[in-house]
Each structure stands twice: as structure tokens, then as C-alpha cells.
Design a protein around this ligand. Structure first.
Ligand SMILES: CC(C)=CCC/C(C)=C/CC/C(C)=C/COP(=O)(O)OP(=O)(O)O
Length: 308
């Protein structure tokens, strides 16, 4: 993608903030160019616009329709969401759990549309944690069939709306029909660049770090890299989010009043701003998203620097 190349060129021209060599033929980074670490920007006033995402969204700036409360230059590039409270929403209404999840999927559709309209580049949704297998089988089955139906219903719309889909997590444990549909979705949307929708299914943030460590340890053992080469950029490239141009969320939203991360994107959330909403996920609509974004735009992101 053009904007990703542009950012990576900027990154490569600001090498003093990274300890590893930046040649793209270097074996350390041969598979994928390094992603942009927030610290690289935070320490360099010359590229401070990139810190706020301006350069990144210029490519589609004409199509971005923001409400007056939001400033384009302060929009997050990557928003991640823990969509909590679907069952509670259903129980409060005396409805079966399945209807809570169906309402949750309507809220997902709405949020995807808003992200596309407001120029957010990446939306990562925590749809199913690897701990969720511990739920009653009937509930897991409901969720799996709802994922499948939703994906099936939306695939054509994604293609039309320029949405790329990726999955993080271990999808090999999902029903085969869902795995096939996911493969189809990834293939048919891979050229799209308006919004990258990343769905975490059977995902564990701790496991992601463990598998990255295992891959890196193997590279050391095979003599591809030395222990002293291991740094945060190298680790980030081995995480499952290495498929995303902006792997670290700027903003994490969790609904339903719970104040925890629940094993979601543990490495990638290091510098994210956190927003906790009291709404249950099915009630999280435009007004609630706007509130989260306004709150985000009032934050001073310092990455450890002193306040200005
Ligand atoms: C295609 C796609 C991305 C679909 C997403 C569907 C969706 C809303 C999934 C949320 C799944 C989930 C396990 C939520 C957390 O608790 P909870 O909401 O089950 O229940 P709680 O009220 O007990 O917190």
C-alpha cells in the first residue's frame, strides 16, 4: 500500500531511534519491513504530524467525513475494542444469550461503517478469546455460527467498501466451514485499503508473545540472528499483528464497565490510550464512539516524555 511505503520510507530515514540496522535486505527484517513504533515518532518533532496520523490518512482525506467535534489531525489510526456485555444486555431484557450476540453484531456493523467514514485505518475486534472455549458448548456453538453468518453476509459489502479482513489468533481450532470462509474473506479483500478490519478469534495475547519468543529463539539457534539483535522491533515483527500497517492501537475501548485487558494485545497496547464505557456492547453506537474519540483527542500522549 502506498501510504505504508511512505511511512516506512520515513521510518528508514529516521534510523537513530532504532538500534537495529534498517537495510531491507537484512535477515532480521527480510520478511517484512519494520512497523512504526510510537516511540520513533514521539522523540522526533520533525515527524510529529505522523504521530497524529495526518500523513497516513491524507490518501483518503477527501472521503473522510468527520463530525464537527473531532479534529482530523488527532484521529487515532488504530482502534481496538473489547466488546463486552452482550450476555448481560440480553439477560437484562429477559432475552436468550443468542439475541445479545446478534445485537452485538449489529453494533459491530455500525462501528465498521463509522470507522470507514471517519478515516480510521485499522479496527481490531476481540471476538473470541482462547479462554472462551471454557463457556458452555451451546454458547460457543452459537457464537461460531453467528461469526460465520455475519462474515458470509458481509463479504460482498466489505469488497465494495474497501475493507480488508485479517484474523489474529489460532483459527485452526474453528469449525472447518468457518475456516474456509475466513480464508475466502482474507483472499478476496487483501487488495482493499480503506479500512483494515482485524478480528481476534481464539486469541491470547500471552500466547502471541510466547510464539514470537519461540520463533526468535529458533532464529538464534539457526544462526540467523544473535541474541544481541533481539529488540522490540524484532519482537513486534513476530507477533500476529505483523499483518497490520499500524500494529499498535492508539485507542483501546472496552464496554460494559469492566476495567481489565483480559489477555488482549498485551504487547501492542503498551502506549494505547484506554477508554472504558459503561454501555453494554450492543448499545455502543455513534454517540458512545464519538465520546471515546473526543476523550482520546483530549489526551496528551507522552510516551514517557515530560508534559509540554
Ligand atoms: C463477526 C464478529 C466480529 C462478531 C462479534 C460478535 C460479538 C459481539 C462477540 C463478542 C464475544 C464475547 C466473548 C464477548 C464478551 O463477553 P459477553 O459479551 O459474552 O458477555 P458478558 O455480558 O458476560 O460480558
Amino acid at each position: 500500500m502506498a501510504f505504508s511505503l511512505q511511512l516506512q520510507q520515513i521510518f528508514l530515514s529516521h534510523t537513530r531511534f532504532c538500534s537495529q540496522p534498517k537495510s531491507i535486505t537484512n535477515p532480521l527484517i527480510s520478511l517484512k519491513l519494520p512497523s512504526i513504533h510510537p516511540l520513533a515518532f514521539a522523540q522526533n518533532a520533525a515527524v510529529s504530524n505522523i504521530d497524529t496520523g495526518v500523513a497516513a490518512i491524507d490518501a483518503s482525506a477527501d472521503e473522510v467525513l468527520l463530525p464537527p467535534q473531532l479534529k482530523r489531525e488527532l484521529m487515532p489510526k488504530h482502534v481496538a475494542v473489547i466488546m463486552d456485555g452482550n450476555r448481560r444486555w440480553a439477560k437484562m431484557r429477559g432475552l436468550p444469550v443468542a439475541l445479545g450476540y446478534e445485537a452485538g453484531i449489529r453494533a459491530v456493523r455500525n462501528l465498521i461503517e463509522l470507522c470507514g467514514k471517519w478515516g480510521i485505518r485499522v479496527l481490531t475486534l476481540f471476538a473470541f478469546s482462547s479462554d472462551n472455549w471454557l463457556r458452555p458448548k451451546v454458547e460457543v456453538d452459537i457464537l461460531m455460527s453467528l461469526f460465520e453468518r455475519a462474515l458470509n453476509d458481509e463479504l460482498e459489502n466489505f469488497a465494495r467498501a474497501g475493507i480488508q479482513i485479517s484474523i489474529i489468533g489460532d483459527s485452526s481450532k474453528l469449525p472447518k466451514s468457518l475456516q474456509d470462509l475466513i480464508d475466502k474473506g482474507i483472499n478476496t479483500t487483501k487488495q482493499n485499503s480503506r479500512l483494515h478490519l482485524v478480528v481476534a478469534v481464539n486469541y491470547s495475547g500471552q500466547h502471541d508473545v510466547v510464539q514470537a519468543c519461540q520463533t526468535i529463539a529458533q532464529k538464534v539457534k539457526d544462526g540467523i540472528i544473535e541474541t544481541k539483535d533481539i529488540n522490540s522491533f524484532l519482537i513486534e515483527q513476530e507477533l500476529q499483528t505483523n499483518c497490520i500497517d499500524f500494529p499498535c492501537p492508539d485507542l483501546l475501548i472496552r464496554t460494559s464497565g469492566e476495567l481489565r485487558l483480559s489477555n488482549f494485545l498485551l504487547w501492542q497496547l503498551a502506549y494505547a490510550e484506554l477508554f472504558f464505557s459503561h454501555s453494554h456492547w450492543p448499545d455502543f453506537g455513534e454517540a458512545e464512539f464519538l465520546e471515546a474519540l473526543c476523550s482520546f483527542q483530549q489526551r496528551q500522549r507522552r510516551y514517557g516524555r515530560q508534559s509540554s
